[in-house]
Design a binder for this molecule. Structure first.
Ligand code: UDP
Ligand code: MG
Length: 338
């Protein structure tokens, strides 16, 4: 019995040891949210099929890796295309169809959780229009094999963007930084996540999803891979200005309660102005050239206004707390136990 036990321990030690130094090639899934992408999907499927073949034959990923398309409630033939691909090669092409259009972030999350349920070791999320250069996956997988749990695809230039998009993007990253939310500049949702990172992500129950803020807040060992972002292969952008703006507002409000608590500062400022006016009024009264009625009006306006803002700010602080509680985010994520 003793010998048996020792042997058993030894083998399990070797197993654990191995996985700690070098990782085995992962069973990997591409997760692709698609909204009205019938025009681009065939090209994308061809390119990714070839990419997967390459990765498998170079033993970068294990057999059984697959491509998962999430149809985000498209109104065109996107789902028909996905069905046809699946029929053609059921092992390689998987599909999830959402009943409504829930937006890029929710569609992506749905795909990530589906891949997690299917027990993959890693996922790579990517847009359906091939703007994210699939060749960067080679580097991502290399980083994964060297132990990174999250690998960010970062675009190394913004040449293909309009000056407007470039400007607004930079303003957005600076705003997020100022609000205290960690984001990775010039990283869209092109990233690799390991099973451990997916498991952590699955603990977040909030329905206002902003993955570009959420994923960096998970922690873990991360890496960056640089790539050139191309132009859309077919179809047109599903992110008109209106969606971009609501995406940015989502980013700010789902991570920061600073706008709420800023009211307090505003209130304090208003009270301060009121007090300065009070002092000024008193001085002018004593020096004998006070304007009748001005002092009482202005001082009460600013001081009272300030108190009202302060009261709102205090209420805001509590609402902020309630908001954070309601999200029910996990308090911590355990990366490893010994
Ligand atoms: N997308 C989605 N649901 C939406 C809008 C977009 O799933 O409501 C997908 C879209 O199919 C694409 C990705 O999100 O795979 C990025 O969208 P797009 O390429 O149109 O954005 P852009 O690159 O122009 O910013
Ligand atoms: Mg695109």
């Amino acid at each position: 019995l003793l010998v048996w036990h020792t042997l058993l321990h030894m083998t399990s030690d070797v197993k654990n040891g191995q996985s700690a130094w070098t990782r085995r090639e992962p069973v990997m899934a591409f997760v692709i949210p698609c909204y009205n992408e019938e025009a681009a999907l065939h090209v994308t499927a061809d390119v990714l099929r070839e990419k997967m073949r390459q990765l498998e034959s170079s033993h970068a990923v294990a057999q059984g890796s697959f491509i998962l398309f999430v149809d985000d409630g498209s109104s065109d033939k996107t789902w028909d295309v996905i069905e046809a691909l699946h029929e053609d090669n059921p092992a390689l092409f998987h599909g999830v169809k959402l009943a409504h259009n829930r937006g890029h972030q929710n569609a992506l999350f749905a795909g990530l959780m589906q891949a997690y349920r299917l027990e993959v070791d890693a996922v790579v999320s990517m847009d359906a229009d091939l703007q994210d250069d699939p060749d960067a996956v080679d580097d991502m997988v290399r980083e994964y094999l060297q132990g990174a749990e999250i690998v960010y695809g970062v675009r190394d230039n913004r040449d293909t963007d309009t000056a407007f998009k470039r400007g607004t993007a930079h303003a957005f990253y600076s705003l997020m930084k100022w609000l205290g939310t960690e984001t990775v500049p010039d990283h869209a949702d092109y990233r690799l996540m390991s099973r451990a990172a997916l498991s952590a992500l699955s603990q977040y129950k909030e329905s206002n999803l902003f993955l570009r803020g959420l994923v960096p807040s998970l922690g873990f060992k991360t890496a960056k891979v640089y790539y050139k972002r191309g132009t859309r292969v077919a179809g047109e952008s599903k992110y008109p200005l209106k969606k971009m703006v609501s995406f940015a507002i989502e980013g700010v409000t789902s991570f920061s309660t600073k706008p709420l608590t800023m009211i307090t500062g505003l209130g304090l400022f208003s009270v301060f102005v009121g007090i300065v006016m009070l002092v000024y009024t008193l001085i002018s009264v004593f020096s004998g050239h006070a304007v009748a009625g001005w002092g009482s009006m202005m001082c009460s306006l600013w001081i009272l206004g300030g108190f009202i803002l302060l009261a709102l700010g205090v209420t805001g602080e509590y609402i902020a707390k309630i908001y954070l509680e309601v999200k029910a985010r996990p308090r911590y994520i355990i990366e490893q136990t010994l």
